[in-house]
Ligand binder design. Structure first.
Ligand SMILES: Cc1cc2nc3c(=O)[nH]c(=O)nc-3n(C[C@H](O)[C@H](O)[C@H](O)COP(=O)(O)OP(=O)(O)OC[C@H]3O[C@@H](n4cnc5c(N)ncnc54)[C@H](O)[C@@H]3O)c2cc1C
Length: 607
């Protein structure tokens, strides 16, 4: 079949309309790039494949960072919020995190509408089947319907769809998500270009009809009052929010799982790929924690206009009849109607060590990757990478320097550095423990840390600048004030003050108080971060022959050749690399970087 050559040359072409793709497309279009978002199905834009919630520990910090850089996720989550909580309020400031439960459909349509309204952005429904190259140069993509889209840069954000296979009990079938076709063409196309792919697994719990749940046997979890917004630009939530409910599995549930383990694709060996250890299926929890008599389950509404409930904590790939028996063994769920079965999915991902700090492929300049294709899991992780890839593809087109965030600046910086330096052996999600400077990277100061970048890049409207500066000053004043502030200021209704809106005085006081309370630790973190920066500045030239470094142990040599670190600091973070090998590499690099000496005669003269 002959090609149809689409009559526009794009600056940035984004493949996939999931959480990474939406942020990538909006960022590129916002930076003035002629952008195309190409996705398999426009009706599934920003679909939440699993739990319709945004934020959580570590993730809440990332969403506020996305927002501070001009991303859309936090505002859309607030707009569609049906329940909201600040987690860990009784613990240290570094781990306090906002989480919002969303109306799933409302989230999707609000994000789709943002895309439809964005200037410079075109949408198209088709499947990218091949990366289009000529010689060693990227040209764009070729779709399943044989359309050739030409673009200066391409961002792949294909999520769980590459060669996706779904498992329910011992039956398996192809799919990128339940009832959605997988994407089979891109994997061979990437492999033909020399990319190494791996396989990962994730899973989702069952959904119930709410009318069949006996809520009188469950514990109510009311939304926070006032609900904490995710976006710096959201005022008060206008709608009355809903409660979530708590129940638990018991001895009978454990017995049902043990009796049916041989029917689980996980335990029968049918699923081979690694899943997230920190988010285990219920069969994993029963097998690995036999001394726990119960496991907590959260029943979370999926929308205002639906009775569907998500059973958080009951992810499984056991056969459907076992799922039903298991549900009926739980307090309050004795008569529960199972309306969507839980399932597991295996899919291809591209080894993220093949990317540079700007998320561009080292093998094929102009090709960027973001989201689950890089081995991560989670909407927030995907959106953050999408935003960074969108910004960096645009900067590449403009001929500007890449936009890279440090590990001491943002969780986004921690995540990208982890991915490209260490790679993944299970789906990667962000935790506060992944950051060495987590007191610097709090949810309450994401705007102070990153909004100046948002203004500079042009992704945050300049009209907010004055009020932001007033807020910065108010935080500083409140952090240096002598008298202790009363705790719980952040729990007071946060009315925006006109000269500071959308920021509030209560918010400034809360942030200033934390800075003061943790002053000693924060100073220590800052000092350590400064020390690390020294190594960040020692760049390893791209063409340097790393096999020529003498005396390295075999593992370090192999890791250096595989990952090709860009800085000495990145080399030091690679797993298996010893401090002694870093010294050797340092000596080698500085020797190579030294300007050529004058000839032997002049050196003898100096002596
Ligand atoms: C069953 C399941 C369970 C999950 N469980 C969890 C969980 O417990 N916790 C958690 O944090 N995350 C979970 N996730 C992961 C979460 O859904 C993803 O991390 C997140 O959606 C990734 O965002 P993304 O933008 O990278 O990809 P996705 O949201 O998957 O979006 C990819 C988009 O790309 C499109 N696409 C794919 N290939 C092509 C192509 N060739 N051409 C055009 N368009 C294409 C798809 O149609 C889709 O719109 C789960 C996902 C699934 C499927």
């Amino acid at each position: 079949m002959p090609y149809f050559n689409y009559p526009v040359i794009f600056d940035v072409l984004v493949v996939g309309g999931g959480h990474a793709g939406c942020e990538a497309a909006l960022a590129a279009a916002g930076l003035g790039m002629k952008t195309l978002l190409l996705t398999q199905d426009l009706d599934t834009i920003a679909q939440m494949s699993c739990n319709p919630s945004i934020g959580g520990v570590g993730k809440g910090q990332i969403v506020r960072e996305i927002d501070a850089l001009g991303g859309r996720m936090a505002a859309v989550a607030d707009l569609s919020a049906l329940s909201a909580h600040m987690l860990n309020t009784s613990r240290g400031a570094a781990v306090r995190s906002p989480r919002v439960q969303c109306d799933k459909r409302m989230y999707q349509s609000a994000m789709k509408h943002s895309l439809e309204l964005a200037g410079n952005l075109a949408l198209a429904q088709d499947e990218a089947a091949q990366i289009w190259t000529e010689g060693s140069a990227l040209r764009g993509v070729i779709t399943a319907r044989n359309t050739r889209y030409r673009s200066k840069t391409v961002i792949l954000t294909t999520g769980t769809f590459l060669k996706g296979v779904i498992h329910i009990g011992l039956s398996s079938f192809r799919g990128g998500r339940y009832n959605h076709p997988p994407s089979d063409g891109l994997s061979p196309s990437l492999e033909a270009l020399g990319f190494k792919l791996g396989r990962l697994k994730t899973g989702t719990p069952m959904r119930l009809n709410g009318r069949s749940i006996d809520f009188s046997k469950c514990e109510e979890q009311k939304p926070d009052e006032p609900p904490p917004p995710l976006s710096h630009f959201t005022g008060r939530h206008g709608r009355k929010l809903l409660s979530c409910w708590i129940t638990r599995t018991g001895e009978r549930s454990a017995g049902i799982i043990r009796a049916n383990l041989h029917r689980s694709p996980l335990y029968s060996g049918r699923i081979k790929a690694a899943g997230p250890r920190y988010c285990p299926s219920i069969e994993d929890k029963i097998v690995k924690f036999p001394h726990h008599p119960t496991h907590i389950l959260f029943l979370e509404p999926e929308g205002f206009d639906t009775g569907e409930y998500y059973v958080n904590g009951l992810s499984t790939s056991l056969p459907e009849e076992v799922q039903l028996e298991l549900l009926h063994s739980v307090n309050g769920l004795e008569r529960a109607e199972l309306i969507r079965a839980a399932y597991a999915i295996e899919y291809d991902y591209s080894l993220p060590v093949q990317l540079d700090y700007n998320l561009e492929a080292k093998l094929l300049p102009g090709l960027f990757m973001a989201g689950q294709i890089n081995g991560t899991t989670g909407y927030e992780e995907a959106a953050a990478q999408g935003l960074m890839a969108g910004i960096n593809a645009s900067l590449k087109v403009r001929g500007g320097d890449p936009f890279i965030l440090g590990r001491d600046e943002a969780y986004i910086g921690v995540m990208i550095d982890d991915l490209i330096s260490k790679g993944v052996d299970e789906p990667y999600r962000i935790f506060t423990s992944r950051a060495e400077f987590r007191l610097l990277l709090r949810q309450d100061n994401a705007d102070l840390r990153l909004m100046p970048h948002g203004f500079r890049l042009g992704l945050i409207p300049g009209k907010f600048k004055k009020n932001f500066e007033r807020y910065q000053n108010a935080v500083e004043r409140s952090g240096s004030r002598r008298e202790p502030q009363k705790h719980g200021a952040e729990k007071r209704p946060q009315r925006a003050d006109d000269d500071m809106a959308p920021w509030t005085r209560a918010g400034a006081e809360a942030c200033g108080r934390i800075t003061k309370e943790y002053g000693g630790y924060i100073t220590r973190n800052l000092r350590e971060a400064e020390r690390m920066k020294h190594f960040e500045h020692v760049r390893i030239p791209e063409k340097l022959d790393l096999s020529a470094v003498k005396g390295l142990c075999l593992e370090s040599r192999q890791q250096f050749l595989k990952i090709r670190p860009r800085t000495l600091a990145q080399a030091a973070r690679i797993p298996g690399v010893t401090p002694a090998d870093i010294q050797l590499l340092w000596v080698h690099v500085t020797r190579k970087l030294r300007p050529p000496q004058a000839d032997g005669v002049s050196r003898r003269d100096e002596g």
